[in-house]
Write a protein that binds this ligand. Structure first.
Ligand code: C5P
Length: 220
């Protein structure tokens, strides 16, 4: 389209899904492909923004024309976002972050002949990165979060979104439903964006690129 309404803006976007190691060969992960976050990064760069993509195990290639910083775990993502968000105009947390990580990472492979018929994992909470970014927001900086929910009922989905955006303190929360077939790894997406005040500020359905542009319209 050639609209360069984000020229001169620095935008930091996380995408993908974190992985929490259990031992040198295993991890706890999630099904995020990184497609919506990468689409946002591509759309922001096309509109003239200086983009830093913080990439956690993407299943799609990184588009040209942007800086990339690769991370693995939630704690690495937290460090990267804290460092890179400084001085930026907008921060978008599209990555799926593990809520918990193993309390201890085994030095060597966990062996079933040692652990036996059942294995109990102890997990500890990861920090909420989005909450931290919103609490430390710089003047004029816009903080956007995502929420992937399995709630099919629109009113209950909206209620979850309103509670979540208020609790985390983000300026906007992009709500989408995910499940065994929706959302993750798909090329299309349907989202509702709610503001911190709880208003519906945008609704979009289409390709992940189209949805990305509608989300960026809120920043321009
Ligand atoms: O609470 P929930 O995981 O649904 O929140 C999703 C939003 O919060 C996403 O923007 C995600 O990137 C972010 N998040 C985070 N740190 C966590 C968990 C989620 O920043 N530990």
């Amino acid at each position: 389209s050639g609209v360069r309404d984000l020229a001169g803006k620095r935008i930091v976007i996380s995408a993908g899904g974190t992985r929490e190691p259990l031992d040198p060969v295993r991890f706890l992960g999630n099904r995020s492909s990184g497609k919506q976050g990468v689409a946002l990064a591509r759309a922001a760069a096309a509109r003239g923004a200086e983009v830093l993509l913080v990439a956690a195990h993407l299943e799609v290639p990184v588009p040209p024309g942007m800086q990339v910083r690769e991370v693995g775990t939630a704690l690495e993502l937290a460090d990267a976002m804290r460092e890179e968000s400084a001085g930026s105009d907008a921060v978008i947390m599209a990555a799926a972050v593990a809520d918990y990580r193993p309390a201890a990472v085994a030095e060597r492979k966990i062996k079933k002949d040692v652990t036996g018929d059942t294995l109990t994992l102890e997990l500890v909470r990861n920090p909420d990165i989005l909450t931290g970014l919103a609490a430390g927001r710089e003047p004029g900086q816009v903080v956007v979060g995502f929420a992937a929910e399995t709630e099919p009922d629109r009113d209950r989905l909206l209620q979850l979104g309103r509670e979540k955006v208020a609790r985390k303190g983000a300026d906007y929360l992009v709500l989408n439903t995910v499940g065994w077939t929706d959302g993750f790894a798909q090329d299309r997406n349907t989202v509702i964006v709610v503001s911190r005040a709880g208003d519906i500020v945008s609704e979009a359905a289409g390709s992940k690129d189209q949805v990305a542009h509608r989300i960026l319209d809120l920043l321009s």
